[in-house]
Design a binder for this molecule. Structure first.
Ligand SMILES: Nc1ncnc2c1ncn2[C@@H]1O[C@H](COP(=O)(O)OP(=O)(O)OP(=O)(O)O)[C@@H](O)[C@H]1O
Ligand SMILES: [Mg+2]
Length: 600
C-alpha cells in the first residue's frame, strides 16, 4: 500500500494527476507524517508526525545527525516507501495541494539517488541522450538541442564524449558523475528534484560546484530542490535557502538558513564567531552527547511554540492549482529500440562481454580439436565402441561449452546492472518487457556467434560426421543449446541481486542437469522417482539430437541411439530443446519482473 492509500483522501479530488500551472512550479507539503517500524518486541517511530513545506524557486535542505530520519522522509516524499507488515506509514503528502502516488510522481518530480548508477561503457552525452529519447517526445533535432542545453547547464560540455567508466574502464570524475546523474533527471524538466546526499564522497570544491549548479537551476527556472545533507561547508550552507533540521524524527527548525543562527541564539545556543554554522548545528544536535539529548525537549518545545504554527498556516494556505501535467513517455517499440541500442553499445564496448567470449570460444575450439585430432576414421572402425564413446564425449563437451558460454556472462551481467535497472524502473523510464527483450535480442548475437566459432573450428577436427547438412544441423542444435543457456542465465541472474552469489550458485543449479543428459548415465537407468528430471534438461535433448545426427547414415554398425535409449527422434529433440529455451525465457522474465522492488 502506498503512502496515499493510508491517508485521508479528499473525495472531491477525482483527478489523480498532480496539477501545476505552466512555469509556476510545484510546492510540496506534508502534514503529520509518521513512519513506524515494528521491531521484534517493540515499535520504533522513525518520523513522529512531521509537517513541513518545501517551496519552489529555492533549495530546501534537510539536515540532522545520522539516523535522524532524513533519508526516510525523503523516501516518503518520493513515494519510495510503502506500508508493509514491518513498516506503518501515516500522514498526508501533497504537491500543489493534491495528493500523489508513485505513478504521479514521475510526472512532476525526479529523484537522484546517493549512489550514481550509470552505465560504465556509455559516454556522458549518450547517457543524457538515452534519457531524452525515453522521456521526451519531439524530433531528433529538438532532443539533441535539449541535451546540448543540459550539458551546458550542468557544465558537462568538456567531458560529454568521455566514458563514464568504472572498474574496467577509465572514466570521468566523481563530481562529473554526480552532475551527469542530475542531468539525466533534468531531461524531463521536473518541477521538483529530490537528492539524497548529493555531495557525499565529493571534495569541498566539487561539492560546492554541484550545489552552485542546483541553486542557479532552482532560481532561474523556479524549481523546487529538496536534498538531504550531512555536514556542508559554510560556503555550501550559505547557498541553501530553506533549512529543515531533524532530530530523532522531529523538526526543531524550519525556515530560512540565514535565520537559523539567530533562532538558536535566542534560546541560548550561540554559534561561536567565525565558525561554520552547519558544524555548530550538528554539534548541538548529535545524539552521542548526553548534554545534547537533555536539550532535545527544549528544542522540541520551542519549535512547537514558535515555528510549528507558522508551518501549519502555510500548509493550509496551499491551494489547488491549474493545468494538467503531460506524460511524455516513449511508446513500447520506441523504448525497445532505445534499449537495444544501449545494450548493443554496452556489449560491443565491453571487452569482457564481447571479444573475450569470442576469443574463448575460438581457443576452446582449437583446444578440443587438437585433443581429438588423432581419432581414427569411422570407415576403418565401424564397430569400434571406444571411438563411439570418444565422439559422444566430444559432442557432449561441445554442447556443454555452448551452454556455459552464454549462461555465465548473463548470470553476472544482470545483477551488475541491477542498480541501474531498478533506478530506471523507479523512475518509470521503461517497462520490464522492453528491457528484457533488449537484453535477449542483443545477447542473441553472442548466442549465435560463440557456438558458430566453436563448432566451425572443432567439428571437422574432431572427426564428427563430415556431411555439410549434418554440420548445419549440429550448428542449429548448439545455437539452441546456447539459447537455453542464455535463458537459464537470465533466470539465475534475475533471482539474485548480488553478482557474487549468482555466479556461485550458477554451477550448483546447472550441474545436476549434466547428469541427466544421457552421457554419464544411461537414461533408462534412472530410478522412477528422479527419471522425470531428464525432461527438464536441455542437455538431454541436444545430446540426443546430436547422436541421431552424427550416427544416422554413418559407416558405424553400432546403433548408438538404441544403445543410449534415445527414442525422441532428431527433430522432436530439437523442438523440445527450443520449447525448453522459450519456457526458461518466460520464467526468467517473470522472475525479473517480480524482482522490481521499490528502492529505499
Ligand atoms: N525499514 C526500516 N527498518 C528498521 N529501521 C529503519 C527502517 N527505516 C529506517 N530505519 C531506522 O530509522 C533511522 C533513520 O534512518 P534514515 O536512513 O532516515 O537516517 P538518516 O537521517 O538518513 O541517516 P544518515 O545521515 O546516516 O543517512 C535509522 O536508525 C534507521 O536504522
Ligand atoms: Mg540518509
Amino acid at each position: 500500500m502506498s503512502v496515499k492509500q493510508n491517508i485521508n483522501i479528499n473525495n472531491s479530488t477525482k483527478n489523480n494527476q498532480i496539477e501545476k500551472s505552466a512555469n509556476q512550479g510545484v510546492d510540496i507539503v506534508w502534514n503529520n507524517v509518521t513512519y513506524e517500524v515494528n521491531l521484534k518486541n517493540t515499535k520504533r517511530q522513525v518520523l513522529r508526525g512531521v509537517s513541513g513545506i518545501s517551496k519552489k524557486g529555492q533549495i530546501n535542505v534537510i539536515m540532522g545527525s545520522s539516523g535522524a530520519g532524513k533519508t526516510t522522509l525523503l523516501n516518503l516524499l518520493c513515494c519510495r516507501a510503502e506500508n508493509t507488515s514491518k513498516v506503518s506509514i501515516k500522514g498526508e503528502i501533497r504537491a500543489n495541494g493534491k495528493e500523489y502516488n508513485s505513478n504521479d510522481f514521475s510526472n512532476f518530480a525526479a529523484y537522484v539517488t546517493q549512489e550514481d548508477c550509470l552505465m560504465e561503457a556509455m559516454t556522458v552525452r549518450e547517457i543524457i541522450q538515452f534519457s531524452a529519447d525515453l522521456k521526451t517526445r519531439g524530433s531528433q533535432e529538438e532532443k539533441k538541442n535539449l541535451v546540448d542545453q543540459i550539458l551546458k547547464m550542468m557544465r558537462l560540455e568538456k567531458c560529454q564524449n568521455s566514458l563514464i567508466g568504472g572498474l574496467m574502464i577509465k572514466g570521468i570524475t566523481k563530481g562529473e558523475k554526480k552532475r551527469t546523474s542530475i542531468a539525466i533527471e533534468l531531461v524531463s524538466n521536473p518541477d521538483v528534484i529530490f537528492l539524497d546526499e548529493p555531495t557525499s564522497g565529493l571534495d569541498s570544491f566539487t561539492a560546492y560546484n554541484v550545489i552552485d549548479v542546483l541553486q542557479k537551476y532552482a532560481r532561474e527556472q523556479n524549481k523546487n530542490i529538496i536534498c538531504t545533507i550531512h555536514q556542508p561547508s559554510s560556503e555550501i550552507f550559505m547557498k541553501f535557502d530553506n533549512l529543515l533540521l531533524l532530530v530523532e524524527g522531529q523538526f526543531i527548525y524550519q525556515g530560512p538558513c540565514s535565520k537559523v543562527i539567530e533562532y538558536f541564539a535566542q534560546i541560548g545556543f550561540q554559534c561561536p564567531f567565525q565558525s561554520n554554522p552547519a558544524d555548530y548545528l550538528m554539534s548541538i544536535v548529535h545524539a552521542e552527547s548526553q548534554k545534547n539529548r537533555d536539550n532535545y525537549s527544549l528544542y522540541f518545545e520551542t519549535y512547537q511554540q514558535n515555528l510549528a504554527p507558522i508551518i501549519q498556516d502555510q500548509i493550509q494556505i496551499q491551494k489547488q492549482q491549474l493545468s494538467l501535467l503531460d506524460n511524455q513517455k516513449a511508446s513500447f517499440f520506441k523504448q525497445l529500440g532505445i534499449l537495444i541500442e544501449r545494450q548493443y553499445k554496452n556489449l560491443s564496448r565491453n571487452p569482457m562481454l564481447f571479444q573475450a567470449r569470442l576469443i574463448q570460444s575460438a581457443l576452446i575450439g582449437i583446444f578440443i580439436g587438437i585433443i581429438y585430432l588423432p581419432l581414427p576414421s569411422s570407415y576403418d572402425h565401424r564397430d569400434d565402441q571406444r571411438l563411439v564413446n570418444d565422439l559422444n564425449g566430444a559432442m557432449f563437451f561441445l554442447i556443454q561449452n555452448s551452454h556455459m558460454n552464454s549462461l555465465l556472462p548473463i548470470v553476472l551481467c544482470i545483477p551488475l546492472e541491477r542498480n541501474i535497472f531498478l533506478k530506471e524502473q523507479n523512475q518509470k523510464l521503461y517497462h520490464v518487457l522492453p528491457y528484457f527483450l533488449s537484453k535477449l535480442i542483443v545477447e542473441i548475437i553472442m548466442v549465435f556467434l560463440a557456438p558458430l566459432i566453436l563448432g566451425s573450428i572443432s567439428y571437422f577436427m574432431i572427426g564428427l560426421n563430415p556431411n555439410f547438412g549434418k554440420f548445419c544441423f549440429y550448428q542449429l542444435v548448439s545455437f539452441l543449446q546456447s539459447f537455453a543457456g542464455n535463458a537459464q542465465g537470465m533466470f539465475i541472474g534475475a533471482l539474485f541481486s548480488n553478482a557474487q552469489t549468482a555466479i556461485t550458485v550458477a554451477p550448483l543449479v546447472v550441474l545436476p542437469f549434466y547428469l541427466f543428459g544421457g552421457l554419464f548415465k544411461n537414461i533408462s537407468d534412472f530410478p522412477e522417482w528422479n527419471s522425470w528430471f531428464q525432461y527438464l534438461t536441455s542437455y538431454r535433448y541436444s545430446f540426443e539430437a546430436l547422436v541421431h545426427n552424427n550416427y544416422e547414415g554413418s559407416p558405424f554398425t553400432i546403433d548408438v541411439s538404441e544403445q543410449l535409449n534415445f527414442t525422441l527422434g532428431k527433430w522432436n529433440s530439437v523442438l523440445y530443446l527450443f520449447c525448453l529455451g522459450v519456457g526458461f525465457q518466460i520464467i526468467a522474465y517473470f522472475t525479473l519482473k517480480m524482482s522490481v522492488k521499490k528502492l529505499q
